[in-house]
Design a protein around this ligand. Structure first.
Ligand code: MN
Length: 195
């Protein structure tokens, strides 16, 4: 479902029933912020939702295999609908039958900055080099949009670590960072509503 609207959150709202999900309805915020968050999301299949604050919303990509610290790994990142800034603090369980049903963990949070000579506008050109100051994701990263193919319903991008002091092995983050940066809970504890 792609809603064409001047409201950047129209697609986000259209997918959700806020009388059923605890996700925030939110509204576009003020521009100028530079948060980033990653949600670990055990929906139909596990993925990591990577979100960059741009122009008062969280631009979002679903990274099926999660971020890799290995600069040789290009991780498929499917563009998803912009989320409200309020989503940056969300953690919990989306009820069965609702869009994205499953457990959501706040897996990383921090700030981001475009690389020298770059800006968020470079996203529109499909190529952004940026630095992350997260609890887990740090250093330089690249997002590159792939050429669209007939039948593509969503934009496909690649997320890649650049070689710097924070580069490492493929599983260096996702295999070792298994708890919420907000509550310290595991996915199972979140699913059970503990703590
Ligand atoms: Mn998701």
């Amino acid at each position: 479902m792609r809603t064409r609207s001047s409201d950047p959150l129209a697609a986000y709202w259209a997918k959700r029933d806020f009388t059923r999900t605890a996700e925030p309805k939110g509204r576009p915020g003020q521009s100028g912020g530079n948060r980033f968050v990653v949600h670990k999301h055990e929906a139909g299949r596990l993925h990591y939702d990577f979100r960059l604050e741009v122009d008062g919303v969280l631009k979002s990509w679903a990274v099926a295999r999660g971020p890799s610290l290995d600069p040789d790994d290009k991780r498929l990142a499917v563009r998803t609908e912009d989320h409200p800034l309020d989503y940056a603090d969300f953690e919990g369980t989306i009820p069965p039958g609702e869009y994205g049903a499953g457990t959501v963990m706040l897996w990383d949070t921090g700030t981001w900055a475009p690389a020298p000579g770059q800006s968020a506008r470079n996203l529109e050109e499909g190529h952004l080099h940026f630095t992350l100051h997260g609890k887990r994701m740090k250093g330089d990263w690249l997002l590159v949009r792939m050429k669209a193919r007939p039948g593509d319903r969503q934009e496909k991008w690649l997320l890649r670590k650049l070689d710097d002091a924070y580069a490492g092995v493929a599983g260096g983050l996702i295999d070792t960072c298994l708890t919420s940066v907000k509550t310290g809970r595991t996915m199972r504890e979140i699913a059970e509503g503990a703590g």
